[in-house]
Design a protein around this ligand. Structure first.
Ligand code: HEC
Length: 134
């Protein structure tokens, strides 16, 4: 008679522990992780959209041309300020990125649709896009 209540108690404890263990790796828990990752990604995307060059002249060139694709990552464009996406591009060196910007590359049109940009404007815009300058 005395064994029975203590058996019930330990079974209850065990069930409780099992429930805690199960909930720790339930799909609900991993959904929360996925949600955190998605929130982090959308925060990064939001900052790509709101980033602007501090120089007013550069800012207007940026808005007229690069912004449309590089703020939202349209057609696979590396996003503004996303250092992870820009790291492999930067390895090509600034002068090659300038040449590719002027000639166009894959789905990016020549000059990134900026007819008024000088080489120095392009260099500054590229560094801005790559997160190397504000
Ligand atoms: C119509 C959309 C569009 C516009 C406008 C645009 N880009 Fe791009 N850009 C892209 C896409 C797409 C890529 C990725 C091309 C690829 O590597 O496949 C890209 C890639 C680049 C690269 C990387 C090139 C390389 O060699 O890896 C640079 C630098 C760049 N853009 C600069 C600019 C600048 C500066 C402007 C504004 C003057 C601009 N882009 C405007 C779509 C655009």
């Amino acid at each position: 008679m005395q064994i029975f209540p203590s058996f019930r108690l330990s079974q209850a404890l065990l069930t409780g522990l099992l429930l805690i263990a199960l909930s720790a790796c339930s799909p609900e828990a991993s959904n929360t992780d996925g949600q955190v990752a998605a929130n982090t990604a959308s925060a990064a995307n939001a900052s790509s959209r709101s980033r602007m060059p501090s120089d007013p002249a550069l800012k207007s060139l940026y808005i007229q041309s690069c912004y449309g694709c590089h703020s939202a990552g349209a057609a696979g464009a590396p996003r503004s300020g996303n250092r992870k996406q820009w790291a492999p591009r930067l390895q090509k060196g600034l002068e090659e990125l300038l040449a590719n910007t002027k000639s166009g590359i894959n789905s990016m049109p020549p000059s990134g649709m900026c007819v008024n940009c000088s080489d120095d404007d392009f260099r500054a815009l590229i560094l801005f896009l790559a997160g190397e300058a504000e």
